[in-house]
Design a binder for this molecule. Structure first.
Ligand code: ADP
Ligand code: ADP
Length: 229
């Protein structure tokens, strides 16, 4: 079925009486288990759309539904989010960073541990559970961030240019690592990037946004076997 449905979405910012239309007529859906990238030039509304898919910004018009139910606020049990900078707490170990969403919900310690360990194993970092972020490489920090996004087992993992801050070689390695995690975890991935070649390499489908306000220019299904380099 459809994990994610975006219907008739428009968005206009209004700041000090000045209005900017950021998105117009955005409608698409994503089937369970697909890897969708959203690409487009700077200013086409990618960040705005991402914030909406994360439940952090309410669109002026339209509906975003996850698993058939409208998403009106952040809900990490339905949409796990990975940001460009891993945004880990520097004073918490990898394990505690991954546990953090569960800690906030008051989940008891034993279950928190178990879930964090599963998520760290999924990203191949079980041996680094007790490391602090500064002891980890950039790619490893992003893997911790992915583990944190998946720790509540949401159907959707939403990623905001997750590898943009990494060097070229690490970016390629992390792309392959993400595909491995995606195949193992069986999640729907929505990956926002301005890198078209990265999107083509990784995705099943690419949604191309363009213009101001941003509209859907095209939706391309990539029916090629992986790997594609
Ligand atoms: P992208 O991520 O593709 O660069 P954005 O979503 O950041 O696009 O921006 C889309 C449009 O919305 C741009 O014209 C931008 O100036 C405007 N915009 C983005 N955020 C805000 C905001 N908080 N207030 C007012 N205008 C904004
Ligand atoms: P231990 O030190 O044996 O791991 P707890 O897990 O009970 O003991 O945690 C002790 C304190 O550490 C908590 O009361 C809380 O303040 C903090 N803490 C534990 N886990 C987290 C977490 N995942 N995120 C933030 N703070 C945490």
């Amino acid at each position: 079925g459809k994990t994610l449905e975006v219907r008739d979405l428009d968005h206009t910012y209004s700041v000090n009486g000045k209005t900017t239309q950021a998105l117009k007529d955005i409608a698409f859906d994503v089937s369970a288990g697909r890897f969708l990238s959203i690409v487009g030039p700077s200013g086409c509304g990618k960040s705005s759309l991402l914030m909406m898919l994360a439940g952090l910004l309410t669109p002026s018009e339209g509906v975003i539904a996850v698993g058939g139910r409208p998403l009106t606020k952040p809900d990490p049990t339905r949409v796990g989010v990975v940001f460009q900078d891993a945004s880990l707490f520097p004073w918490l170990t990898a394990r505690r960073n991954v546990e953090f969403p569960l800690f906030l919900r008051g989940v008891d310690k034993a279950l928190r541990r178990e879930k964090a360990e599963e998520a760290l194993a999924l990203v191949g970092l079980e041996r680094f559970a007790d490391s602090l972020p500064h002891e980890l490489s950039g790619g490893m920090k992003q893997r911790v961030s992915i583990a944190r996004g998946l720790v509540q087992d949401p159907p959707i993992l939403l990623m905001d240019e997750p590898f943009a801050a990494l060097d070229e070689q690490t970016r390629i390695t992390m792309g392959d690592e993400l595909l491995r995690i995606w195949e193992k975890a069986r999640k729907t991935i929505v990956f926002v990037t301005h890198g078209l070649s990265e999107a083509i390499y990784l995705s099943d489908e690419v949604l191309v946004l363009s213009g101001r306000p941003g509209r859907i220019l095209d939706r391309v299904v990539i029916d090629l076997p992986r790997p594609r380099s």
